[in-house]
Design a protein around this ligand. Structure first.
Ligand code: NAD
Length: 505
């Protein structure tokens, strides 16, 4: 049974959150937000101007001395309360995600869970942020290091995870003592105000967390403002590159996570049932709109035929429809424009000569209102084809056949993206060699979507990540703090006069 979308029939206004309250924006530019399963307008979101961004920055800057000086235990307690509040409201948040994004409720709920785990990790900040101490590094001299907040941090997030990706960023940034400005995707902005309300209810002082809605105008003014110390970005590779170049040129700390083309290698000895299940879930779950979705299958040796035997009936059995119906496996795409772009890739693949084994363009679901497309499977694709090289970000799986394991590794290592990858095999030696030699940031062994848990860190290689540090986990703590090292000696310890040579203790 399909649930009703929250506020069905009501067009909400989504505005900014500045200094602890909703603030009407000065900009008069607005964009529409759609219920992707029905195609109906469900909200309007303001496209903030430079003046709106300035107001958010002033609020975040003013709150910084008070919040960074608040004891780490009190900051942790806000995270404990936030965890309880997210758990209390998670069904409402999942329904909001499903309405604006389209993913099925159970999947939306899973994404909240993965974000919640970062809040749980941030609850441990008093331990995580501890420095180091070395006594007697010289005669009467001690040395210690501490991690201090970097200042005003900015998070710019994509449409595909309106709950999880912001939660990868702001809990740790805030727990580390920074203030934060979130610029969510304009395609599904609803959750951003929910975070603001819950943080306020959890006791976070006004100004520590702010939201500016909008597009490149808001992003660019944040990137160019001297009050911003650090930028976390997650989105497509061209925008990640722009954000990285602009913000780092302006002297900011930047982590910019980009797009992906994730390969799943199937060796002939794999459990084909398991591999096929992994492929339908990781290829078509969330309509393929996951940065860790599998989009390329690499069938090694004679793996292709037995794999297809298992895979095709599973694709055929996929239940596609409104995400409000928890019985469905796959919902619509985010917008009509994106659905059309993904569909055009099926045309391109066909023209390039890949065989269209399953054609999403002709699926019965495409007659429904909303932004639906059926699942597509290409076979006999080659490394020079656009459907293999480019990120499609939709329910399209592209199979490449190779003769050997070494060829599979070479193919993946030569790809410009290096976000995630997986291998399905019963051969421990092959799996180990794969994990060791593959030039990709996150690797699954008989696990199709190897998103690291909150106490590890998430990040790709090559053109899937610009900047030096991955997101959340201890890398997140390091990203949102600056290291300070103190060397101390008390006056009675200074026994001789000035020393002009390099101190060697
Ligand atoms: P996007 O790059 O279009 O947008 C991301 C953010 O950047 C949004 O907030 C958007 O408003 C802003 N933006 C868009 N164009 C801009 C411009 N020209 N200048 C400044 N800001 C701009 O990405 P999307 O379509 O929202 O999300 C899908 C993409 O995100 C896919 O490529 C996917 O792989 C990637 N993604 C990556 C990860 C990861 O962890 N590596 C996670 C989720 C999504």
């Amino acid at each position: 049974m399909a649930e009703k979308a929250p506020n069905a029939g009501i067009v909400r206004n989504v505005s900014n959150w500045i200094n602890g309250e909703i603030q009407e924006a000065q900009s008069d530019r607005w964009a529409d937000v759609f219920d992707s399963a029905t195609g109906e307008k469900c909200a309007r979101v303001v496209m903030s101007s430079e003046a709106d961004v300035d107001a958010a920055l002033a609020s975040a800057r003013a709150a910084l001395p008070g919040w960074s000086g608040t004891s780490v235990l009190r900051r942790a307690r806000v995270m404990f309360r936030l965890k309880e509040l997210i758990e209390r409201d998670r069904a409402e948040i999942a329904a909001l995600i499903t309405q604006e994004h389209g993913k099925v409720l159970h999947d939306a709920d899973g994404s909240i869970q993965r974000g919640l785990e970062v809040v749980e990790f941030a609850c441990g900040i008093p331990h995580l942020i501890k420095g180091e101490y070395n006594d007697q590094v010289g005669s009467g001299v001690d040395c210690y290091s501490m991690r201090q907040p970097v200042g005003v941090c900015v998070g710019i997030t994509p449409f595909n995870f309106p709950a999880m990706v912001p939660l990868w960023m702001f809990p740790l940034a805030i727990a580390c003592g920074n203030t934060f400005i979130l610029k969510p995707s304009e395609k599904d902005p609803g959750c951003s105000l929910k975070w603001a309300e819950l943080l306020a209810e959890a006791g976070l002082p006004p100004g520590v967390f702010n939201v500016v809605q909008g597009d490149h105008v808001a992003v660019n003014s944040l990137l160019n403002d001297d009050r911003v110390a650090a930028v976390s970005f997650v989105g497509s590779t061209p925008v990640a590159e722009h954000v990285y170049k602009t913000a780092s040129t302006n002297g900011k700390r930047v982590q910019a996570l980009g797009g992906a083309k994730n390969h799943l290698v199937v060796l002939p000895d794999a459990d084909m049932d398991q591999a096929a299940d992994a492929l339908v879930g990781a290829g078509y779950g969330s309509a393929g709109e996951r940065c860790m979705a599998i989009s390329a299958i690499v069938a090694v040796g004679d793996a292709a035929e037995p794999l297809l035997d298992k895979l095709l009936p599973k694709i055929d059995a996929l239940k596609i429809g409104s995400g409000m119906d928890n019985n469905n496996d796959m919902g619509p795409l985010i917008t009509a424009e994106h659905r059309d772009k993904v569909r055009s890739y099926i045309d391109i693949g066909e023209e390039e000569g890949a065989s269209v084994v399953v054609d999403g363009r002709t699926h019965a679901i495409t007659d429904s209102p909303g932004y639906f497309l059926g699942p597509t499977l290409f076979d006999h694709a080659t490394a020079d084809m656009r459907v293999y090289r480019e990120e499609i970000f939709g329910p399209v799986l592209t199979m490449v056949r190779v003769d050997t394991f070494d060829e599979a590794i070479r193919l993946i290592n030569e790809h410009e993206y290096g976000n995630g990858t997986a291998i399905f095999t019963r051969d421990g030696d092959a799996a180990r060699e794969f994990a060791h030699g593959i030039e990709v940031g996150m690797v699954g062994i008989n696990v199709p979507i190897p998103v690291p848990l909150a106490f590890h860190s998430f990040g790709g290689w090559k053109r899937s990540l610009f900047g030096d540090m991955s997101i959340y986990g201890m890398e997140g703590v390091r990203f949102y703090t600056r290291l300070k090292t103190v060397t101390s000696r008390w006056p009675t310890g200074i026994r001789s006069g000035a020393d002009f040579s390099m101190p060697t203790m």
